[in-house]
Design a protein around this ligand. Structure first.
Ligand code: A4P
Ligand code: MG
Length: 184
């Protein structure tokens, strides 16, 4: 079965071969395309102020991809690409990084595991994720809040409060019968 995923891309460190952060993201989009993964759409890359301890500005982007890989297998693939781009996971959380690839949404609804939570726990609070995502997946509905990406983005940019999602494990139970939640 083929799945669709919304991926957030971030970089705030240059790569010796690929160049500055926007070029890193463009190279990452090329690296994503493999025999079992297709990039359906990618958003224009934006510059964003860092959230968290790192002082370097970020390049951020988003992509809709299609693959037969289930979520954990895709996470393995994304982490392998991050490692190939020189990502160093040791040290402080949210430290500067050459490449960060996060799974924001997938068409299977909610997914909870020790290694992976989808929807991504923080994306609803991040304009650097929702801005690019709204360019390519505006009508994709969050299975927990039932808000489309475009509405989540509009709410965040208006600084309105979002409905609070239930805790991930309850959310999984609550939505386990929902099945595929595609709403492109
Ligand atoms: N993990 C759980 N759920 C997911 C998911 N949906 N997608 C686990 C990807 N990974 C997920 O992530 C830590 C662990 O989260 C992974 O091993 C995976 O099993 P990581 O990428 O190794 O570390 P991290 O990125 O430092 O931590 P985290 O919490 O994922 O941070 P974020 O949310 O990625 O935020 N400011 C701007 N302007 N732009 C940015 O892109 N990014 C961050 C990092 C902070 N500030 C930023 C930006
Ligand atoms: Mg991450």
């Amino acid at each position: 079965m083929t799945h669709r995923y919304l991926i957030a891309l971030g970089s705030n460190m240059a790569h010796p071969r690929h160049g500055p952060p926007p070029a890193v993201l463009r190279a990452a989009l090329v690296a994503l395309e493999t025999s079992d993964l297709r990039v359906i759409a990618s958003a224009p890359i934006i510059a964003s102020a860092p959230v968290g301890p790192s002082l370097r500005r970020y390049a951020n982007g988003a992509a809709v991809i299609e693959t037969v890989r289930p979520p954990l297998a895709l996470l393995d693939q994304l982490q392998a690409i991050e490692a190939a781009f020189g990502r160093n996971r040791r040290g402080q959380r949210w430290r500067a990084r050459t490449l960060d690839l996060d799974i924001v949404l997938w068409d299977g609804g909610a997914f909870c595991d020790a290694r992976l939570t989808v929807p991504h726990r923080e994306y609803r609070n991040r304009t650097f994720v929702l801005g690019p995502a709204a360019r390519i997946a505006r009508d994709w509905r969050d299975p927990l809040t039932c808000l489309c990406v475009k509405h989540a983005h509009a709410r965040l940019t208006r600084r309105a409060r979002l409905p609070k999602a239930p805790p991930p494990h309850d959310a999984c139970r609550a939505h386990s019968s929902v099945g595929r939640a595609t709403d492109f």
